[in-house]
Ligand binder design. Structure first.
Ligand code: PLP
Length: 400
C-alpha cells in the first residue's frame, strides 16, 4: 500500500537494536524459564501515598477537568522555581523560565523542532538516552556523536569536537547523572561546557532526570549553577524517578527564557499541557514530606550494594555508581555487548540491555537496572555465578 510508505524521518531513525533480544526473551519465556528483568529503567515501587492522595482530591475538583494552561499551571511553575532555589540556589522567574512538561521525554523530543533547521547539527552523547538523537532526526537535523569513554570518566572530550561541527551545531545535549553509564559530572565540567557553548553559540540542554538519585550523600549539581549557564542553556527535570511517577507523565524544563519560550510555542501547537490534577500532585511531590525520596534512595542503595558485591564475586568487576539506578558493566573478554546479553538471557533468564543499543561507544558494556527487589537480585547473582565467569575464559557466542 503506497499510502503506508513512511516518511524519511522515520526511515532515518537508527535500527532498533533490541529487536533480536526481545525475540530471544519471548522464546526463553515460552520455554517456561523464570525471567528476571534488569533491562528497563522503570521503578517497581509505588508512588508515595501523600502524592496519590493529592491527585485524588484534585481529580474530584471539576476546575481541574478543563484544558490546562499550555506552559503549565502557575502554581506548579512557582513550586518548581521554589524547589530550584532551595535545592540548587538557582533563582528562576516562574513565568518565563519554567515550562511544565508531560514527562521530560516529551520536552526533550520537542526541543529540536524549535531550534534545528534541516541540515543543522546537534551534538549528542554516545552512549545516550535515545531521545536526544531521535528528536534531532525528527527535526531534520543531523546528530554528531560525542563519545563518552571510560578513560574520560564518561564525560565528552570537548577539545576533540571538530570546530567545524561545533560551529554548525545548534544544540549540545548532556545528561549527568548519566543514563546509561551512571557517571556524574561536577560543576567545573559545567563551567567548561558553558564556555564552549559561548564560543560556538550553542544551546546547552542538560537532562537532569537523575539529580535526586545520589547515594552515600552525593548531591548532583544543576547545570544552571555554573556561572553564565542560564545564558546558554536549559535543564530538563522529571518527577518520574525521584518519586516513582513514571506513569504519571510530569516533568519540567527551566533556564534561558528565550529557549523555554520557544519550546512552549512548539508545545502549544502539539499538546495541551499536563492534567492539572497531576500538576497539583506534582506540587505535593516537590513540596511535601521528602522522607519518601530518601527512603526510595535507600532501597536502591541496598540493591546497588547487593548487585555490585555479587557481580564482583561472580567475576564481573564493577564500581558502585554514585548516582542513578544503573550499573554499567564491562562484558568479559571475547564477548560483544549483544553476545553477553544473549548469554545471560538464554542461560540464566536475566534480561540486561546491551550497551551498543545506546550508541556505538556503548559496545563492550551491558546496562543493568536496579528495578527489582533484593530477593530477585540475590537470585540473579546466584544464577550469574553458575556461569563460572571467574574461572572459564569465555569466548564469544552466547549459545555456548
Ligand atoms: N532522561 C533520561 C536520561 C531518562 O533515562 C529518562 C527515562 O528513562 C527520561 C529522561 C524520561 O523521563 P520522563 O519519564 O520524565 O519522560
Amino acid at each position: 500500500m503506497q499510502r503506508a510508505e513512511k516518511a524519511d524521518r522515520l526511515k532515518k531513525l537508527p535500527p532498533y537494536l533490541f529487536k533480536e533480544l526481545d525475540r530471544q526473551r519471548d522464546e526463553v519465556r515460552k520455554r517456561g524459564m523464570d525471567i528476571i528483568d534488569l533491562g528497563v529503567g522503570d521503578p517497581d515501587l509505588p508512588t508515595p501515598n501523600h502524592i496519590i492522595k493529592r491527585l485524588c482530591e484534585a481529580a474530584h475538583d471539576p476546575a481541574t477537568h478543563r484544558y490546562p494552561a499550555y506552559s503549565g499551571m502557575k502554581a506548579f511553575n512557582q513550586a518548581v522555581a521554589r524547589w530550584y532555589e532551595k535545592r540548587f540556589g538557582v533563582s528562576l522567574d516562574p513565568d518565563s523560565q519554567v515550562v511544565t512538561l508531560i514527562g521530560s521525554k516529551e520536552g526533550i523530543a520537542h526541543l529540536p523542532l524549535a531550534f534545528v533547521n534541516p541540515g543543522d547539527l546537534a551534538l549528542i552523547p554516545d552512549p545516550a538516552y535515545p531521545v536526544y538523537r531521535n528528536g534531532t532526526i525528527f527535526a531534520g537535523g543531523e546528530p554528531v556523536l560525542m563519545p563518552l569513554l571510560e578513560k574520560n570518566g564518561f564525560l565528552p572530550d570537548l577539545a576533540s569536537i571538530s570546530p567545524d561541527h561545533a560551529r554548525k551545531a545548534r544544540i549540545l545535549f548532556l545528561n549527568y547523572p548519566n543514563n546509561p553509564t551512571s557517571a556524574t559530572a561536577e560543576l567545573e565540567f559545567f563551567r567548561e561546557v558553558t564556555a564552549f557553548a559561548r564560543t560556538y553559540d550553542l544551546i546547552v540542554c542538560h537532562d537532569n532526570a537523575y539529580s535526586e538519585m545520589g547515594f552515600d550523600g552525593y548531591r548532583a549539581p544543576s547545570f544552571l549553577q555554573a556561572e553564565g549557564a542560564g545564558e546558554v542553556g536549559i535543564e530538563f527535570h522529571s518527577l518520574s524517578k525521584t518519586y516513582n511517577m513514571t506513569g504519571w507523565r510530569i516533568g519540567f524544563a527551566v533556564g534561558n527564557a528565550d529557549v523555554i519560550q520557544a519550546l512552549g510555542v512548539v508545545k502549544s501547537n502539539i499538546d495541551s499541557g499536563a492534567f492539572d490534577a497531576i500538576q497539583y500532585a506534582g506540587i505535593e511531590a516537590l513540596e511535601g514530606d521528602q522522607r519518601c525520596a530518601s527512603e526510595i534512595i535507600e532501597v536502591y542503595r541496598e540493591r546497588r550494594d547487593i548487585l555490585v558485591h555479587g557481580l564482583r564475586e561472580a567475576g564481573l568487576p564493577v564500581l558502585p555508581p554514585k548516582a542513578t539506578f544503573y550499573l554499567w558493566v564491562r562484558v568479559p573478554e571475547g564477548f560483544t555487548s549483544s553476545d553477553f546479553s544473549t548469554l545471560l538471557l538464554t542461560r540464566t533468564g536475566i534480561v540486561t540491555t546491551p550497551g551498543n543499543g545506546f550508541g556505538p561507544s556503548g559496545e563492550g558494556y551491558v546496562r543493568i537496572c536496579l528495578c527489582v527487589n533484593k530477593e530477585r537480585l540475590r537470585e540473579a547473582v546466584q544464577r550469574i555465578r553458575t556461569l563460572d565467569l571467574t574461572r572459564k575464559p569465555l569466548h564469544g557466542k552466547g549459545s555456548q
